[in-house]
Design a protein around this ligand. Structure first.
Ligand code: IPD
Length: 266
């Protein structure tokens, strides 16, 4: 299937899934479980939304694999895998903060960020109605508008986004890094949904973004969107972004931000 058809399907499914999650949010959120820590919650809507996405993909593309935040992996035979976060920004969702997303990517190869090739990615914010899409070498878009990162910008003038994990010891370290970086930049934002943070780099709402400890579904779609908008999306020392570290920014800022973070021993 050409990438254009994959992105059309990803967009349709993301929009339907977003409508369901939004409806459930209006009806009232129910916590179903806790994951890595007491503050890392799963809502019934996370599960229901992922189940809807999984079944819509299985109907349309029965031979593809699936990797979802809530239900885990299912191997396919086509070489393509759908990497899905049904609700990215679950804490915002829980509190009614209008900054959460449905994130759907299609990747080729093993569903491992170190080796996969992302073919198509869609991130929607069902509250604002924003729909971000990208295909490999096909550009990044917000609706019909092509996206381009804002450059050049110095580190001292940069608005930088980041995020935090759920475990206390990880947060202690992330707090140390934020304290070291804050005097060097315009300001730091923590919006609460990694996929939307990466899309914000693509639209220029943020100049750069970094985080340690992301899961594949947090960044699979949005890293492609940021990259197709002209950002460098990288892990440590030019390696592909993965669980350990992801940084996204226009080229010049990416190297100064990377150096500043290295000085802080990130
Ligand atoms: C989280 C969000 C958050 C990021 C965390 C992620 P979730 O995903 O993207 O912004 O800082 O690292 O785990 O739990 O809301 O799907």
């Amino acid at each position: 299937m050409p990438n254009d058809e994959l992105i059309d399907l990803a967009r349709d499914i993301a929009v339907r899934a977003g409508e369901l999650a939004h409806r459930r949010r209006v009806e009232g959120v129910e916590i179903a479980d806790h994951k890595s820590s007491p503050v890392d919650v799963v809502t019934l809507a996370d599960r229901e939304t992922e189940n809807l996405i999984r079944s819509l993909i299985a109907d349309a593309r029965p031979d593809d694999g699936f990797l979802g935040e809530e239900g885990g992996a299912e191997q396919g035979s086509s070489g393509l895998t759908w990497v899905v976060d049904p609700i990215d920004g679950t804490v915002n969702y829980l509190y009614g903060i209008p900054s959460w997303a449905v994130s759907i990517a299609v990747v080729e190869g093993d569903p491992d960020p170190l080796t996969w090739r992302a073919l198509a990615g869609c991130v929607t914010n069902p509250v604002t109605g924003e729909i971000y899409t990208a295909t490999d070498a096909g550009g990044a878009f917000s609706g019909n508008q092509q996206l381009r990162v804002v450059e050049p910008v110095s580190l001292a003038q940069a608005l930088i986004g980041t995020g935090f994990g759920y475990a206390a010891e990880v947060r202690r370290e992330q707090g140390r890094v934020v304290a070291g970086l804050l005097p060097l930049v315009r300001d730091i934002r923590r919006f609460g949904a990694a996929s939307l943070d990466l899309c914000a780099v693509a639209t220029g709402r943020l100049n750069g973004y970094f985080e340690s400890g992301l899961k594949p579904w947090d960044h699979a779609a949005a890293a492609l969107i940021a990259r197709e908008a002209g950002a460098v999306v990288t892990g440590r020392d030019g390696a592909p972004a993965d669980h350990a570290f992801l940084l996204a920014a226009p080229r010049e800022l990416a190297s100064t931000l990377e150096r500043a973070l290295a000085d802080l021993a990130v």
